[in-house]
Design a protein around this ligand. Structure first.
Ligand code: MG
Length: 360
Protein backbone atom coordinates (compact mmCIF):
# COMPACT_ATOMS: atom_id res chain seq x y z
CA UNK A 1 0.00 0.00 0.00
CA UNK A 2 1.19 3.50 -0.84
CA UNK A 3 2.07 5.39 2.33
CA UNK A 4 1.34 9.05 3.05
CA UNK A 5 4.11 10.77 4.94
CA UNK A 6 4.28 14.37 6.15
CA UNK A 7 7.44 16.03 7.38
CA UNK A 8 6.73 19.13 9.46
CA UNK A 9 9.49 21.57 10.31
CA UNK A 10 8.93 24.79 12.26
CA UNK A 11 10.40 27.90 10.65
CA UNK A 12 13.41 29.34 12.52
CA UNK A 13 11.83 27.83 15.62
CA UNK A 14 13.66 29.38 18.60
CA UNK A 15 13.92 32.77 16.90
CA UNK A 16 10.25 32.74 15.91
CA UNK A 17 9.16 31.96 19.46
CA UNK A 18 11.22 34.92 20.71
CA UNK A 19 9.71 37.25 18.07
CA UNK A 20 6.25 36.01 18.94
CA UNK A 21 6.70 36.65 22.66
CA UNK A 22 8.59 39.96 22.40
CA UNK A 23 7.06 42.36 19.85
CA UNK A 24 10.18 44.55 20.01
CA UNK A 25 12.14 41.70 18.38
CA UNK A 26 9.88 41.49 15.35
CA UNK A 27 11.31 42.45 12.00
CA UNK A 28 14.82 42.59 13.46
CA UNK A 29 17.86 40.45 12.73
CA UNK A 30 17.99 38.25 15.81
CA UNK A 31 20.04 35.28 16.91
CA UNK A 32 19.21 32.83 19.68
CA UNK A 33 22.32 31.48 21.35
CA UNK A 34 25.74 32.98 21.52
CA UNK A 35 26.15 36.16 23.47
CA UNK A 36 26.70 39.88 23.05
CA UNK A 37 30.34 39.53 24.06
CA UNK A 38 30.66 37.57 20.84
CA UNK A 39 31.29 34.19 22.40
CA UNK A 40 29.33 31.05 21.67
CA UNK A 41 27.53 29.64 18.70
CA UNK A 42 24.30 30.62 16.93
CA UNK A 43 21.51 28.13 17.71
CA UNK A 44 18.87 29.72 15.45
CA UNK A 45 18.87 32.87 13.34
CA UNK A 46 15.69 34.79 12.48
CA UNK A 47 14.90 35.20 8.79
CA UNK A 48 15.96 38.84 9.03
CA UNK A 49 19.39 37.67 10.27
CA UNK A 50 19.62 35.01 7.58
CA UNK A 51 19.44 37.75 4.97
CA UNK A 52 22.89 38.77 6.19
CA UNK A 53 24.20 35.23 5.75
CA UNK A 54 23.93 34.27 9.42
CA UNK A 55 23.33 30.55 9.94
CA UNK A 56 22.97 27.99 12.75
CA UNK A 57 26.22 26.73 14.28
CA UNK A 58 28.08 29.85 13.14
CA UNK A 59 30.22 31.53 15.80
CA UNK A 60 28.65 34.64 17.38
CA UNK A 61 31.72 36.60 16.37
CA UNK A 62 31.15 35.79 12.71
CA UNK A 63 27.45 36.62 13.05
CA UNK A 64 28.27 40.03 14.51
CA UNK A 65 30.72 40.67 11.67
CA UNK A 66 28.07 39.90 9.08
CA UNK A 67 25.48 42.10 10.78
CA UNK A 68 26.74 44.45 13.49
CA UNK A 69 23.22 45.36 14.64
CA UNK A 70 22.20 41.72 15.17
CA UNK A 71 20.48 41.10 18.49
CA UNK A 72 21.68 38.17 20.63
CA UNK A 73 19.01 36.54 22.77
CA UNK A 74 19.48 33.86 25.40
CA UNK A 75 17.59 30.65 24.68
CA UNK A 76 14.54 29.82 26.80
CA UNK A 77 14.48 26.06 26.39
CA UNK A 78 11.67 25.57 28.90
CA UNK A 79 9.43 27.70 26.66
CA UNK A 80 10.52 25.95 23.45
CA UNK A 81 9.85 22.61 25.05
CA UNK A 82 6.37 23.67 26.13
CA UNK A 83 5.59 24.90 22.61
CA UNK A 84 7.00 21.68 21.19
CA UNK A 85 4.60 19.68 23.35
CA UNK A 86 1.70 21.77 22.11
CA UNK A 87 2.76 21.16 18.50
CA UNK A 88 2.85 17.43 19.15
CA UNK A 89 -0.61 17.56 20.66
CA UNK A 90 -1.80 19.13 17.39
CA UNK A 91 -0.13 16.33 15.38
CA UNK A 92 -1.84 13.75 17.58
CA UNK A 93 -5.27 15.00 16.47
CA UNK A 94 -4.46 13.79 12.98
CA UNK A 95 -2.34 10.66 13.49
CA UNK A 96 -1.01 8.30 16.12
CA UNK A 97 2.20 7.72 14.19
CA UNK A 98 4.47 10.62 15.08
CA UNK A 99 8.26 10.42 15.05
CA UNK A 100 9.84 13.55 16.51
CA UNK A 101 13.32 14.34 15.20
CA UNK A 102 13.93 17.32 17.44
CA UNK A 103 11.88 19.91 19.30
CA UNK A 104 10.70 21.46 16.05
CA UNK A 105 10.60 18.69 13.50
CA UNK A 106 8.69 15.45 13.06
CA UNK A 107 7.59 12.81 10.60
CA UNK A 108 3.92 11.87 10.57
CA UNK A 109 2.44 8.83 8.86
CA UNK A 110 -1.09 9.80 7.85
CA UNK A 111 -1.85 6.75 5.71
CA UNK A 112 -4.64 6.01 8.17
CA UNK A 113 -6.81 9.11 7.94
CA UNK A 114 -7.74 9.44 11.61
CA UNK A 115 -10.13 12.38 11.13
CA UNK A 116 -11.46 11.41 7.69
CA UNK A 117 -10.09 14.55 6.09
CA UNK A 118 -9.56 12.95 2.72
CA UNK A 119 -6.07 13.79 1.60
CA UNK A 120 -2.61 14.03 3.11
CA UNK A 121 -2.23 17.47 1.57
CA UNK A 122 -5.35 18.71 3.35
CA UNK A 123 -4.16 17.18 6.61
CA UNK A 124 -0.86 19.06 6.28
CA UNK A 125 -2.75 22.27 5.47
CA UNK A 126 -4.88 21.85 8.57
CA UNK A 127 -1.93 21.11 10.83
CA UNK A 128 -0.20 24.26 9.60
CA UNK A 129 -3.37 26.27 10.21
CA UNK A 130 -3.79 24.86 13.74
CA UNK A 131 -0.18 25.72 14.57
CA UNK A 132 -0.61 29.26 13.26
CA UNK A 133 -3.98 29.91 14.91
CA UNK A 134 -3.24 28.31 18.27
CA UNK A 135 0.47 28.98 18.70
CA UNK A 136 1.11 32.01 16.52
CA UNK A 137 3.95 30.29 14.66
CA UNK A 138 4.54 29.08 11.13
CA UNK A 139 5.62 25.65 10.02
CA UNK A 140 6.66 24.25 6.67
CA UNK A 141 5.48 20.85 5.55
CA UNK A 142 6.44 18.35 2.88
CA UNK A 143 3.98 15.67 1.82
CA UNK A 144 4.95 12.57 -0.14
CA UNK A 145 5.12 8.79 -0.20
CA UNK A 146 8.22 8.34 1.94
CA UNK A 147 10.34 10.04 4.58
CA UNK A 148 13.15 11.01 2.26
CA UNK A 149 11.05 12.94 -0.24
CA UNK A 150 8.81 14.45 2.46
CA UNK A 151 11.83 15.82 4.30
CA UNK A 152 13.34 17.41 1.20
CA UNK A 153 9.93 18.78 0.22
CA UNK A 154 9.37 20.55 3.56
CA UNK A 155 12.49 22.61 2.93
CA UNK A 156 11.62 23.77 -0.59
CA UNK A 157 9.27 26.65 0.14
CA UNK A 158 10.28 27.84 3.58
CA UNK A 159 9.01 29.75 5.48
CA UNK A 160 5.33 28.84 5.79
CA UNK A 161 5.70 26.42 2.89
CA UNK A 162 3.64 23.45 1.82
CA UNK A 163 5.04 21.18 -0.86
CA UNK A 164 3.32 18.10 -2.17
CA UNK A 165 5.22 15.55 -4.25
CA UNK A 166 2.58 13.03 -5.24
CA UNK A 167 3.34 9.42 -6.22
CA UNK A 168 3.36 10.17 -9.94
CA UNK A 169 5.87 13.01 -9.50
CA UNK A 170 8.40 11.28 -7.22
CA UNK A 171 10.57 9.85 -10.00
CA UNK A 172 10.85 13.12 -11.93
CA UNK A 173 11.40 15.04 -8.71
CA UNK A 174 14.29 12.84 -7.62
CA UNK A 175 15.87 12.94 -11.07
CA UNK A 176 16.04 16.73 -11.24
CA UNK A 177 17.20 17.09 -7.62
CA UNK A 178 20.74 18.53 -7.31
CA UNK A 179 22.97 16.19 -5.27
CA UNK A 180 23.62 18.85 -2.62
CA UNK A 181 19.89 18.89 -1.87
CA UNK A 182 19.87 15.20 -1.05
CA UNK A 183 19.23 14.94 2.63
CA UNK A 184 22.34 13.64 4.37
CA UNK A 185 24.76 14.48 1.56
CA UNK A 186 27.27 16.74 3.25
CA UNK A 187 29.38 19.34 1.51
CA UNK A 188 32.30 16.98 1.12
CA UNK A 189 30.31 14.16 -0.47
CA UNK A 190 28.55 16.68 -2.72
CA UNK A 191 31.94 17.94 -3.95
CA UNK A 192 33.10 14.39 -4.47
CA UNK A 193 29.98 13.61 -6.50
CA UNK A 194 30.43 16.69 -8.66
CA UNK A 195 34.05 15.68 -9.23
CA UNK A 196 32.65 12.45 -10.69
CA UNK A 197 30.26 14.42 -12.92
CA UNK A 198 27.30 13.51 -10.75
CA UNK A 199 25.16 16.62 -10.37
CA UNK A 200 21.59 15.37 -10.07
CA UNK A 201 19.53 12.36 -9.08
CA UNK A 202 19.39 11.39 -12.76
CA UNK A 203 23.19 11.21 -12.84
CA UNK A 204 23.22 9.00 -9.75
CA UNK A 205 20.66 6.75 -11.37
CA UNK A 206 23.18 5.82 -14.07
CA UNK A 207 25.26 3.98 -11.50
CA UNK A 208 24.56 0.41 -10.47
CA UNK A 209 23.96 -0.48 -6.83
CA UNK A 210 27.45 -2.00 -6.70
CA UNK A 211 29.04 1.18 -8.09
CA UNK A 212 27.15 3.37 -5.63
CA UNK A 213 28.31 1.12 -2.80
CA UNK A 214 31.93 1.19 -3.96
CA UNK A 215 32.03 4.95 -4.41
CA UNK A 216 30.07 6.12 -1.38
CA UNK A 217 29.89 3.22 1.06
CA UNK A 218 26.73 2.12 2.82
CA UNK A 219 25.00 5.44 2.24
CA UNK A 220 25.59 4.90 -1.50
CA UNK A 221 23.28 1.91 -1.38
CA UNK A 222 20.65 4.02 0.39
CA UNK A 223 20.91 6.70 -2.31
CA UNK A 224 20.68 4.03 -5.00
CA UNK A 225 17.19 3.27 -3.68
CA UNK A 226 15.98 6.77 -2.85
CA UNK A 227 16.71 8.11 -6.35
CA UNK A 228 14.30 5.42 -7.49
CA UNK A 229 11.68 6.66 -5.05
CA UNK A 230 12.26 3.77 -2.65
CA UNK A 231 12.61 4.51 1.05
CA UNK A 232 10.90 1.94 3.25
CA UNK A 233 11.91 3.42 6.58
CA UNK A 234 8.82 3.52 8.76
CA UNK A 235 7.67 6.35 10.99
CA UNK A 236 8.66 5.14 14.43
CA UNK A 237 6.86 6.70 17.38
CA UNK A 238 8.71 4.86 20.11
CA UNK A 239 12.12 4.23 18.74
CA UNK A 240 14.47 2.96 21.41
CA UNK A 241 17.63 4.82 21.01
CA UNK A 242 20.87 2.84 21.22
CA UNK A 243 23.22 5.68 20.49
CA UNK A 244 23.17 9.13 19.02
CA UNK A 245 26.03 10.33 16.89
CA UNK A 246 27.02 13.42 14.95
CA UNK A 247 30.05 13.90 12.76
CA UNK A 248 31.51 16.33 10.31
CA UNK A 249 33.98 15.95 7.49
CA UNK A 250 36.03 19.08 6.92
CA UNK A 251 36.55 20.71 3.56
CA UNK A 252 40.25 20.82 4.37
CA UNK A 253 42.04 18.56 6.83
CA UNK A 254 42.62 20.26 10.19
CA UNK A 255 45.94 20.06 12.01
CA UNK A 256 45.67 22.60 14.83
CA UNK A 257 44.22 21.42 18.10
CA UNK A 258 42.38 24.74 18.61
CA UNK A 259 40.55 24.31 15.29
CA UNK A 260 39.61 20.78 16.22
CA UNK A 261 38.39 21.91 19.63
CA UNK A 262 36.13 24.49 18.03
CA UNK A 263 34.69 21.92 15.63
CA UNK A 264 34.26 19.48 18.48
CA UNK A 265 32.29 22.04 20.45
CA UNK A 266 29.93 22.54 17.52
CA UNK A 267 29.41 18.79 17.34
CA UNK A 268 28.67 18.56 21.08
CA UNK A 269 26.14 21.38 20.74
CA UNK A 270 24.46 19.60 17.86
CA UNK A 271 24.41 16.29 19.71
CA UNK A 272 22.93 17.85 22.85
CA UNK A 273 20.28 19.71 20.90
CA UNK A 274 19.23 16.49 19.17
CA UNK A 275 18.86 14.88 22.56
CA UNK A 276 16.61 17.63 23.81
CA UNK A 277 13.40 15.91 22.85
CA UNK A 278 14.41 12.64 24.48
CA UNK A 279 14.08 12.12 28.21
CA UNK A 280 17.39 10.28 28.18
CA UNK A 281 20.85 10.52 29.60
CA UNK A 282 23.83 8.61 28.28
CA UNK A 283 26.78 7.20 30.15
CA UNK A 284 29.27 6.66 27.33
CA UNK A 285 30.90 9.28 25.13
CA UNK A 286 32.81 8.14 22.06
CA UNK A 287 35.07 10.33 20.00
CA UNK A 288 35.84 9.31 16.44
CA UNK A 289 38.79 10.74 14.56
CA UNK A 290 39.44 10.01 10.91
CA UNK A 291 42.77 11.10 9.52
CA UNK A 292 43.81 12.47 6.15
CA UNK A 293 45.01 9.01 5.14
CA UNK A 294 41.55 7.58 6.04
CA UNK A 295 42.83 5.62 9.02
CA UNK A 296 40.59 5.97 12.03
CA UNK A 297 40.81 6.08 15.79
CA UNK A 298 38.09 6.00 18.44
CA UNK A 299 38.33 6.93 22.09
CA UNK A 300 35.65 6.09 24.61
CA UNK A 301 34.88 7.17 28.13
CA UNK A 302 32.10 5.84 30.33
CA UNK A 303 30.78 7.48 33.46
CA UNK A 304 28.89 6.39 36.55
CA UNK A 305 26.12 8.91 35.95
CA UNK A 306 24.24 9.78 32.80
CA UNK A 307 24.76 13.08 31.02
CA UNK A 308 22.85 14.98 28.36
CA UNK A 309 23.84 18.61 28.00
CA UNK A 310 26.45 20.27 25.86
CA UNK A 311 28.83 21.20 28.63
CA UNK A 312 28.86 17.72 30.08
CA UNK A 313 29.45 16.04 26.73
CA UNK A 314 31.98 18.69 25.76
CA UNK A 315 34.04 18.27 28.93
CA UNK A 316 34.50 14.57 28.29
CA UNK A 317 34.93 14.76 24.53
CA UNK A 318 37.53 17.50 24.93
CA UNK A 319 39.54 15.33 27.32
CA UNK A 320 39.40 12.47 24.85
CA UNK A 321 40.58 14.75 22.05
CA UNK A 322 43.42 16.23 24.06
CA UNK A 323 44.59 12.82 25.22
CA UNK A 324 44.49 11.33 21.73
CA UNK A 325 48.02 12.53 21.04
CA UNK A 326 47.35 13.92 17.59
CA UNK A 327 50.57 15.92 17.20
CA UNK A 328 49.28 17.98 14.27
CA UNK A 329 48.40 14.90 12.29
CA UNK A 330 45.89 16.03 9.61
CA UNK A 331 42.33 15.23 10.65
CA UNK A 332 39.64 14.76 8.03
CA UNK A 333 36.62 14.00 10.19
CA UNK A 334 35.52 14.32 13.80
CA UNK A 335 32.56 12.53 15.29
CA UNK A 336 31.10 12.35 18.76
CA UNK A 337 28.44 10.01 20.05
CA UNK A 338 26.58 9.31 23.24
CA UNK A 339 25.33 5.83 24.11
CA UNK A 340 24.40 3.60 27.03
CA UNK A 341 21.16 5.49 27.61
CA UNK A 342 18.82 5.45 30.58
CA UNK A 343 15.46 7.10 30.99
CA UNK A 344 15.52 10.31 32.94
CA UNK A 345 13.43 10.54 36.07
CA UNK A 346 10.36 12.75 35.59
CA UNK A 347 10.58 16.43 36.33
CA UNK A 348 14.25 16.59 35.61
CA UNK A 349 15.16 19.70 33.75
CA UNK A 350 16.13 18.40 30.34
CA UNK A 351 18.02 21.45 29.38
CA UNK A 352 21.34 22.87 30.19
CA UNK A 353 21.60 26.53 31.04
CA UNK A 354 22.07 28.89 28.10
CA UNK A 355 24.56 27.38 25.74
CA UNK A 356 27.79 29.25 25.68
CA UNK A 357 31.09 28.44 24.16
CA UNK A 358 33.61 28.38 26.97
CA UNK A 359 36.88 29.12 25.41
CA UNK A 360 39.21 26.79 27.21
MG1 MG B 1 13.13 24.02 11.86
Amino acid sequence: MQRKIIHVDMDAFYASVEQRDFPEYRGRPLVVGGSPDKRGVVATASYEARRFGIRSAMSSRRAAQLCPEVLFVLPRFDVYKRVSRAIRAIFARYTDLIEPLSLDEAYLDVTVDKRGIGSALDIARQIKADIKNELGLTASAGVSINKFVAKIASDLQKPDGLTFIGPSRVTAFMEQLPVEKFYGVGKVTAEKMKGMNLFTGADLKNLSEQEMLERFGKVGRFYYHVVRGIDDRTVQPHRTLKSMAVEDTFLKDLTHLEDLELELHKLCLKLASRLQNQPLTGRTVTLKIKFGDFSQMTRTQSMKIGICNTDQIWTIALDLLRLAGLNERPVRLLGVSLSNFSKMPNNTNLFSPPEQLRLF
